[in-house]
Design a binder for this molecule. Structure first.
Ligand SMILES: [Zn+2]
Length: 177
């Protein structure tokens, strides 16, 4: 599947990630997908490096749902499945929780040595809800890595080599009741 041109950058200014709708920070390595406009010139959409594969995977799956060329409206053609606006909204909220609030609360919990389990459980609940919508959460580790290095290195060492879905399972086991 063709996606335009992909280029990698370090941001010189803040951008919004097209996949997770949160900020790509200054100096953060990220990917830009550039397209040629029909009217001429180029435009680009930006992604966290980790988010990019979920974006392309989503597009790929979306493409499979589309009716095949020439079969639109014909019996047997696959109908396109679109997310309802309220589900899209919820997805955006969940990603915002995961990328900012949940992470911040986990970091604070480590610092206070209080409520760690509760905030992990909250994060896992959000990840589960997101997956039910059909959106995998890219990185339950990236933003807490430094905190884990300081407060729970064994957990970091367990998580680091795992795939993202294994990480969720590891967290689920570790912080279940
Ligand atoms: Zn992102």
């Amino acid at each position: 599947m063709r996606h335009g041109n992909v280029q990698s950058f370090k941001s010189r200014k803040e951008h919004l990630c097209r996949h997770c709708s949160t900020v790509i920070e200054i100096n953060e390595y990220h990917l830009a997908l550039t397209y040629k406009r029909k009217a001429g010139g180029w435009f680009a959409i930006k992604f966290h490096a980790d988010c990019f594969r979920f974006y392309t995977l989503g597009k790929y799956e979306e493409n499979l749902q589309k009716p095949k060329k020439g079969s639109a409206g014909i019996k047997g053609g696959r109908p396109r499945i679109d997310l309802a606006p309220e589900i899209k909204h919820r997805r955006r909220i969940l990603l915002m929780y995961l990328n900012t609030r949940d992470v911040r609360r986990i970091i604070e919990a480590y610092k206070r040595d209080k409520g760690i389990k509760k905030h992990y459980q909250q994060m896992i609940a959000h990840i589960d809800e997101l997956e039910e919508i059909g959106v995998p959460y890219p990185q339950p580790l990236k933003r807490i890595e430094d905190t884990l290095r300081e407060y729970d290195e064994p957990l970091l060492l367990t998580l680091a080599p795992a795939t993202w879905s294994e990480r969720v399972e590891i967290l689920r086991e570790r912080f279940s009741d």
